[in-house]
Design a binder for this molecule. Sequence first.
Ligand code: KIV
Ligand code: ZN
Length: 391
Amino acid sequence: MSKDKVQIFDTTLRDGEQVPGCKLDTKQKLVIAERLDNLGVDVIEAGFPISSPGDFKSVSEIAGIVKNATVCGLTRSVKKDIEVAAEALKPARKPRIHTGIGTSDSHIKFKFKSDKDRILERAVDAVAYAKTFVEDVEFYAEDAGRTDNEYLARVCEAVIKAGATVLNIPDTTGYCLPEEYGAKMKYLKENVTGIDKAILSCHCHNDLGLATANSIAGVINGARQIECTINGIGERAGNTSLEEVVMILRQHPYLNLDTNINSKLLLDTSQMVSHKMGMPVQPNKAIVGANAFAHSSGIHQDGVIKKRETYEIINPEDVGVTESSIVLTARSGRAALAYRAKKVGYELTKVQLDKVYQTFLQFADRQKEIKDEDIHVIIENSNINLEVLYK
Ligand code: KIV
Ligand code: ZN
C-alpha cells in the first residue's frame, strides 16, 4: 500500500534565522536554499519580505533559483505586508504567501486589543487579498495551541472559504502536550466544513521539549504538513527538528506516512547549516549529533560489533553517517579494544589482548578518550612482540 505523503515545510531561513546571533546574509541563504531544494523539502519559507530590504532581497533571489520546492514568504494580516511578499515572490515557479493573525484570547485581547469577530474578519480579508496575487495561500492562526478549538474551527472554516490552501496550526509557545495537539487536529478534521479542500499543517515550538512529539501527534491525527528547521533551530528552545520527524516517519512504517526527503543528505545539511549560522549541534542531538551513532560502554560495544542492530535503530548510512563509531574509554571492554586495534593494523590473539587490555585500562583511567594514535603507544607499552602483531 502506498504511503500518504507528509509535506515538509522548512522554515530554517525564517523562524530558524530568528535565533539571536544567527543572522545570515543573502549569499549564505541562497546556498542553504539550494541545499534544501536538493534535500527534497516541499516548501522553503525564505523569509519575511516586509521586515527589511535585506530579507526582501533574499526572498526574491531564493525565489529565482529554487527549482523544485514551493517558495514561501511570511506576512502579517496587513495589506502592505502581502503586497511586498507578492512582489518578492514574483520570480518563484511555485509561490506561496503565508499570512495570518493571533487567535488566542491573550493575543486578541493584549496584542490586538480587539475581539474575536474583528480578528476573524481580518483573517478572511488577508487570505482573500493574498489570493489576488497567488493561488497558494497558507493561513496561520498564531498561538493556536492556546486557542479554544471552537473558535479556531470557525476561523479555519472562514479562511478556507476565502481560498486558503493550507491551515497552519502553530503551537507558538510550545505549550501543548502531544495528546492535546493531536486532539486539536482531530477536532478540526471533524468540525470544519470544507476541511478536505485544505492541508492541515503542524508548526510546533520546543519550549517543553515536545515540538517533535507534537508534530508527530499532529500527522497521526490528520495533518499532512510539518513545519520544521534543520537541527531544530529557532526562537527560544527552537522549532521541530526536520531530521527527527523525517526519520521517525521512516522508522515507523506502520504509520503509513512518509516524506520526499533524501535522508542520506541529512548529516551534510545539518553540518552546513550549523557552520553557516555559527550554531554548534549538541553532541547528543538525535540523528545528526556527533554521538548519535557512537558507542562507548563495553556492553553496548560488544553488541554493536556482533550485530549493529542490537543497539541501533537507524542504519547510519541512511542519514549520511559513514559508520557507527566505537569510542574507547575506561568503560570499554576487550571486544572494542580488539576491534579498534584491528582498524589501525593489529590483529591481537586472546593472550595478547589480555595483556594490552591491562595497559589500556591504565591509560584510559588517565584520559577521557583513547584515540588511534594512543593505541600504538599502548601496544608498545604492553611488552608484546610487535613484529608478530603488525599487519
Ligand atoms: O510560531 C508561530 O506562530 C509562527 C507563525 C508566525 C507562523 O512562527
Ligand atoms: Zn514559529
